[in-house]
Design a protein around this ligand. Structure first.
Ligand SMILES: Nc1ncnc2c1ncn2[C@@H]1O[C@H](COP(=O)(O)OP(=O)(O)OP(=O)(O)O)[C@@H](O)[C@H]1O
Ligand SMILES: [Mg+2]
Length: 351
């Protein structure tokens, strides 16, 4: 038994477009332990608030402190160069110049920025005495909607992260950093690509050392594959979803209907890998897949083929302690790759 009664805990709440995922991490000394998880599907036209309640009912968490995530079209990530200054000055300067690089009005968004250590300009050249800065913005409206849902479910929102960066935090939580990242002249630095394939979109975050050097969202996900199966078999979406997941019913038709989407997605990912290698002077040594879409038959192999890079489905339970008494381990293991973003959000328990 793990003694966690007084442990500090945080719930990571991933409000996906098709599934709500909730993960609770608690600190045992300084070690994060997974103490609960819950998930609930949002049926087409169904209510997000109901799915959140259902996921939290399964979670049976010990805390109300919650970190949620945002992504998609209401968010923007940009890599820019600025003169060195303090964080406060940087925020002010970025806000002042926001209309140069954001597709939203500065007062419509919540902004944050972070100075990076490596050069971000093309071909890895540094831009005079400027420093690379990562800017993340999210429309205020989306954050306010999330906060309403979270408070409505009886939780207390303590932070909102970008899903893209939750991926990196999960990677750090799981201790996936490679040994071989030493800089030697003429040898490209190794990087890892984290790729979360959801229902509505696929998010890519490439890490050099422990730092993001490229991120992108692609508007292809598992729902597109379900729609393709539904069209081909002439069935409703929910039926097509069950057929797609079963894998052994209408196998040939399912394979044929999702093949063009698998190919498009794999090609888009390959283009991104080529881009980041060319512009950042890194070599992407491994691709780690997460999200429910990573469970599609043939996903990892088609991406591996298109990118010529070792590709595997990421099991975030490797290297993470689990309190088996407070959750259904079999369910947890079955859904583990789709819980990566929720885990990355809950990783703030270490802050
Ligand atoms: N066993 C399976 N085989 C194939 N696809 C699966 C399987 N399990 C789940 N999926 C797919 O995973 C997707 C849901 O994954 P996930 O929970 O990561 O999405 P989401 O977070 O709700 O979406 P998004 O991040 O795009 O908002 C669905 O499209 C679903 O069809
Ligand atoms: Mg998701």
């Amino acid at each position: 038994m793990i003694l966690l009664r007084r442990a500090k805990s945080v719930v990571g709440l991933d409000l996906g477009s098709s599934v709500v995922k909730a993960v609770e991490l608690s600190l045992l000394g300084s070690e994060p332990v997974l103490t609960g998880f819950g998930r609930a599907e949002i049926p087409p036209g169904g209510s997000l608030a109901e799915a959140v309640s259902a996921a939290l009912a399964t979670l049976r968490g010990r805390t109300k402190r919650c970190v949620s995530g945002v992504g998609g079209q209401s968010t923007v990530v940009r890599y820019i160069s600025m003169l060195p200054m303090t964080h406060e000055e940087l925020l002010q300067a970025v806000r002042f110049e926001a209309d140069k690089f954001l597709p939203f009005d500065a007062d419509e968004v919540v902004l944050d920025c972070q100075q990076l250590s490596a050069p971000v300009s093309a071909d890895g050249e540094s831009d005079g005495n400027k420093v690379p800065v990562l800017v993340a913005a999210c429309r205020r409206q989306l954050i306010e909607e999330q906060v309403r849902v979270i408070e409505g479910a009886g939780l207390v929102p303590i932070a909102v992260d970008l899903d893209l960066f939750a991926l990196a935090n999960a990677w750090d939580l799981c201790g996936l950093q490679e040994e071989d990242i030493a800089l030697e002249p003429g040898v490209p630095q190794r990087a890892q690509a984290l790729i979360d394939i959801g229902a509505s979109r696929t998010s890519i975050n490439v890490l050099r050392g422990a730092e993001t050097c490229f991120s992108r969202e692609i508007a292809i996900g598992g729902s597109d594959m379900t729609h393709a199966v539904a069209r081909r078999l002439g069935v409703e979406f929910f039926e097509a979803e069950a057929i797609k997941r079963a894998g052994d019913v209408h196998e040939v038709e399912v394979g044929a209907s999702i093949a063009p989407l698998l190919e498009d997605l794999a090609n888009e990912i390959a283009l991104s890998i080529d881009y980041v290698e060319h512009h950042e002077g890194v070599e992407v040594s491994e691709l780690l897949l997460s999200g429910g879409g990573s469970l599609v038959n043939g996903m990892a192999s088609s991406i591996e083929q298109a990118t010529s890079r070792p590709t595997r489905v990421w099991d975030p339970l490797e290297g993470l302690r689990v309190n088996a008494e407070s959750l259904d381990v079999e369910e947890l293991e079955a859904w583990a790759p789709s819980l990566v973003v929720a885990m990355g959000l809950a990783a703030r328990v270490r802050a």
